[in-house]
Write a protein of this length. Structure first.
Length: 329
């Protein structure tokens, strides 16, 4: 019997969320008007209302003229605070900047610009991710005819391309007795890379270049054996900095560089099949750690994934291309 009575209300919250989503389409910009700014009393506001009621009853009972004066003076202040609280948000224009990709496990940062088209300063405006258990409010004031930027962090729970969560903007200015708020559904998406494995495992051994017939010669952590004295004009990425540091420590001024001919014969491939018998997410974490390690060493590296292969290259653009492939794998 009890379960039958609860059944009509079981999906009430879900139905309300669906109804609200249809009324608020996704957009990276939002203009606040009287149609999308809501206001209700806070706990302090309800206590103030109860106090005013007690003052009014006491003034009527004891015929206190000063009691009437105090009651209506406070009531007028409350009525003015309702208008000021609602007007603090009404007229603001919000714009979400495109979020940068982040690694899983690190907080993603959202930057929101608040633009004030009026001459009055907007005080005590807070922004947070709605629905977060540990919501952290970011507070700011928006000057008249000016803008302010608010940064809000949220914790992605999975890798890949994700929609930015709903945001909540509110203020309790000026008395804290009323709370005006609005809800916002941004349309932007944030790309979440796999979590890098820590500690980072050694890089795999380079492979012979196709058709070279050579044999890969390498040592752990991406440090190649085939080195020679530094020659003017050698690219800095070919300098083995560990060997150079040891040479300078012993008083030698000769830097050591990788043999470019040997590097043309050997290729560093970060292969999905070389990650061992790990879980699927653990394999992607190891490949992510390898990509970051090879990028720090300045080596040319390629990436092999099931159904996709990225040719060896180096640089920030290549690093980002590999990380995006791992995030979408």
């Amino acid at each position: 019997m009890a379960s039958t009575l609860r059944a009509p209300w079981a999906g009430a919250a879900r139905r309300w969320q669906r109804w609200w989503s249809l009324r608020r389409p996704q957009s990276d910009t939002l203009a606040l008007t009287q149609r999308n700014v809501y206001i209700l009393p806070t706990a302090a506001g309800w206590m103030l209302a109860l106090t005013l009621l007690v003052l009014l009853v006491a003034s009527i009972n004891f015929q206190l003229n000063l009691g009437y004066l105090l009651t209506f003076l406070l009531a007028g202040s409350v009525a003015m605070s309702v208008h000021l609280c609602h007007a603090t948000l009404r007229g603001l224009q919000l714009r979400l900047l495109q979020p940068e990709p982040q690694f899983l496990g690190a907080g993603a940062l959202l930057q929101v610009q608040l633009h004030n088209t009026t001459a009055a300063t907007r005080y005590g405006i807070a922004l947070a991710v709605r629905g977060s258990k540990a919501a952290q409010w970011a507070w700011t004031d928006v000057p008249g005819q000016g803008s302010a930027t608010v940064q809000v962090a949220f914790q992605p729970t999975r890798r890949g391309l994700q929609t930015v969560p709903r945001l909540k903007l509110e203020t309790r200015y000026p008395l804290g007795t009323f709370r005006a708020w609005t809800l916002w559904r941004p349309a932007a998406q944030v790309l979440v890379y796999p979590r890098p494995e820590t500690p980072a495992p050694p890089l795999p051994l380079p492979e012979p270049h196709a058709g070279s017939g050579g044999r890969a010669r390498a040592r752990g952590m991406g440090e190649f054996d085939d080195v020679r004295a530094y020659r003017r004009g050698d690219p800095l990425k070919l300098v083995v900095w560990k060997k150079a540091a040891r040479a300078l420590a012993t008083g030698s001024s000769d830097l050591v560089s990788r043999d470019s001919q040997q590097s043309q014969r050997d290729e560093l491939w970060l292969d999905h099949a070389a990650t061992g018998a790990l879980a699927p997410e653990a394999r992607l974490s190891r490949l992510t750690a390898w990509v970051l390690q090879a990028d720090r060493l300045g080596a040319d590296y390629g990436l092999r994934l099931p159904g996709r292969q990225i040719a060896p290259d180096h640089g920030p653009a290549h690093r980002r291309r590999c990380l995006e492939a791992l995030a979408r794998c």
